[in-house]
Design a binder for this molecule. Structure first.
Ligand code: FES
Length: 172
């Protein structure tokens, strides 16, 4: 007999109440319980960023967090970006710059890129350097540093950084 516990949170603006095994990660809750497979499982150990979602306004590796810890959280996944607008500007920029090859890391890259520009605009320091962007807009080097938690095995990094830089310039 399997023990389950209840958790309720909102995903992409919709309320969900789930009964999950207490060991279920937020990633597995999204993918297996809610069918939101745009959030990818790469390493399942917090090292690749494929599982990135925006949780209560901050990007997070959902493979590292238990679903039960997210009672009342507001979670946004890649599915939301495509729903609100036909193509989010970051999605359009990734296409324009060939910011992907196999595409497996792309949802995490795009969510992380959107969050990176929000963090820079809000003056949130870089996790690694603890520096606020100075000057703003951030340089490609700084964007690369802030995106360093998202790995791409096809090494499309220059194209990814070009796409993000483009969106940043469009926002000015
Ligand atoms: Fe979560 Fe790799 S699957 S960081």
């Amino acid at each position: 007999s399997e023990i389950t516990m209840k958790v309720a949170f909102r995903v992409n603006g919709q309320a969900h109440s789930l009964a999950v095994d207490p060991r279920t990660t937020l990633l597995d809750a999204l993918r297996e319980h809610l069918g939101l497979t745009g959030t990818k499982k790469g390493c399942d150990h917090g090292q690749c960023g494929a599982c990135t979602a925006i949780v209560d306004g901050r990007r997070m590796n959902t493979c590292l967090s238990l679903a039960l810890m997210h009672e009342s959280s507001e979670i946004d996944t890649i599915e939301e970006l495509g729903r609100v607008e036909e193509l989010h500007p970051m999605q359009a920029a990734f296409i324009a710059h060939d910011g992907y090859q196999c595409g497996y890391c792309t949802p995490g890259q795009i969510l992380s890129a959107v969050a990176t520009l929000d963090e820079i605009a809000a003056g949130i320091p870089s996790a690694a350097t603890r520096r606020v962007s100075q000057p703003s807009p951030a340089s490609p080097e700084e964007i690369r540093e802030r995106m360093s938690g998202n790995l791409c095995r096809c090494a499309a990094y220059p194209n990814i950084i070009a796409a993000i830089t483009d969106v940043q310039e469009g926002r000015r």
